[in-house]
Ligand binder design. Sequence first.
Ligand SMILES: [Zn+2]
Length: 81
Amino acid sequence: MKNGKCPMCNSTKIYTNSNAIFTETSDSANPYDVSVYDSENEVTIYLAPYICVNCGFTASFADDMNIVKGLPDTDGWEQVK
Ligand SMILES: [Zn+2]
């Protein structure tokens, strides 16, 4: 998806908007930014939406990979096996 190709329909019409804001509504389970607390501080992972305008498939990616790369050293995160 981040490489500009939809994994569902193979379209290259992928769009993102760094100003997009995820909102939580009462009738859906939209994703929104993730806040993580470890023993010393709060880490917020901002999510960026990637949407295929051909089929509508949507994916979210963390905006800041430097934060993501530090997650294994943050309390509470376990590798999925
Ligand atoms: Zn698609």
